[in-house]
Design a protein around this ligand. Structure first.
Ligand SMILES: Nc1ncnc2c1ncn2[C@@H]1O[C@H](COP(=O)(O)OP(=O)(O)OP(=O)(O)O)[C@@H](O)[C@H]1O
Length: 368
């Protein structure tokens, strides 16, 4: 039995790239195992595509290393050219060759193989993406979703060790997208390549990724399974990237932060540090006012806080209700399943389970 840990299919270490003195990729490290999908997730301009271009070899890093299956393919001295990196690429505009048939598009990267083998591999991949019947058709005769599958088959044909995908689904019709994502994921898993997929859409990353690397201003700020990123975010910006967030400002006093919902533990934060108590709208619970009282405080949910409805809107599957807290005047939102549209001014009591709240030192703020 081999007791050695598996070698990552792709490993990048401390990758850096600056343009005009500005670090666009700033000390990025990642490991992806065979058959694993990692999503590089972040807002526009945070350096995702540049990271992909460095790995593909079409851009050169200032420092850092790239290994595929443990072999160095690029540092500042060694540089394996893009076509010899065994890395497949798939971008937003599928860039199929319009003058080549679907079969020839898929076989394009196999020019070194004998004709019969080339043909067999192209046919096998078209079968895999359920497009065998289009082998002699031309790209313009296919729908957007079908073209996307041809592009996938073409990228996979040379059996790349790593697949780099830059927003591969963003050109597709919304209604098709989920099905195509699921099909693509299944095919990628069958091929056992390591996939690095760039997206700015959290839902796409949650749907596709075994692991998400959350990127901001050129750096990876958090990395892990989607569940861990969602339930244990590192800061307010990470919460807000995945969903709306309620924020209650407070200040640390004796290792506690006092809020209208009671005291929150603020371990490790200096006295006087401004903090934000953060939670998602779906975790705010509401109760009706009963003769000026709300529910009793509990260890799990803390102290109920009295609030008034500001407005309520029907959103389809849920209702969005906005409140203003009596104490402190903070505005909070709640999402409630189905139809719940209380009148503005209605008094209600709000609670939020403690285990759904995050306590973060306010970014850029020093203890007062
Ligand atoms: N060749 C270049 N020269 C100068 N600046 C560049 C170059 N390539 C990228 N940049 C800058 O680097 C930053 C990051 O770009 P990049 O395309 O990597 O971001 P991104 O996260 O992929 O964004 P998007 O999702 O919008 O494509 C941007 O501000 C961009 O203008």
């Amino acid at each position: 039995m081999n007791a050695l840990p598996e070698t990552p299919r792709l490993e990048i270490r401390n990758l850096k790239r600056a343009f005009d003195g500005r670090a666009v990729v700033d000390d990025v490290s990642l490991k992806i195992m065979p058959g694993q999908v990692t999503c590089l997730l972040g807002p526009s301009g945070c350096g995702k595509s540049t990271t992909l271009r460095l790995i593909a070899g079409v851009e050169m890093q200032d420092s850092g290393t790239i290994h595929v299956d443990g072999n160095l393919i690029c540092d500042t001295v060694t540089r394996v050219p893009p076509e010899r990196r065994e890395i497949g690429l798939m971008f937003q505009d599928f860039a199929l060759f319009p003058h080549l048939s679907v079969g020839d598009n898929v076989a394009y990267g196999l020019r070194k193989l004998p004709r019969a083998e080339r043909h067999a591999r192209a046919a096998e991949l078209l079968e895999r993406v359920s497009l065998s019947q289009y082998i002699n058709a031309y790209p313009h005769q296919l729908s957007g979703g079908e073209q996307q599958r041809v592009a996938l088959a073409r990228a996979l044909a040379p059996r790349p060790k790593v697949m780099l995908m830059d927003e591969p689904f963003s050109g597709l019709d919304n209604r098709l997208r989920d099905g195509i994502r699921d099909d693509t994921l299944r095919i990628l898993k069958d091929e056992d390549t390591a996939v690095l997929l760039v997206t700015h859409e959290p839902e796409e990353a949650m749907r596709m990724a075994d692991e998400i690397a959350l990127m901001r201003d050129g750096r990876i700020v958090q990395q892990g399974a989607p569940y861990n990123l969602y339930t244990r975010p590192v800061d307010l910006a990470s919460v807000s990237f995945f969903s709306d967030a309620n924020v209650i400002p407070a200040t640390v006093n004796g290792a506690l932060a006092l809020t209208p919902f009671g005291r929150f533990l603020a371990p490790g934060l200096a006295e006087g540090t401004p903090v934000d108590i953060v939670f998602r709208p779906q975790h705010l619970r509401i109760d009706f006012d009963r003769g000026g009282r709300g529910p009793l405080p509990t260890a799990k949910d803390g102290t109920p806080a009295r609030a008034k409805v500001v407005r309520a809107r029907f959103m389809g599957n849920e209702s969005l209700v906005e409140f203003v807290l009596d104490e402190g005047g903070t505005t909070l939102s709640a999402t409630i399943p189905n139809v719940f549209l209380p009148q503005p001014g209605t008094v209600m009591w709000l609670t939020v389970p403690r285990d759904r709240c995050f306590v973060f030192a306010r970014s850029g703020a020093a203890p007062s």
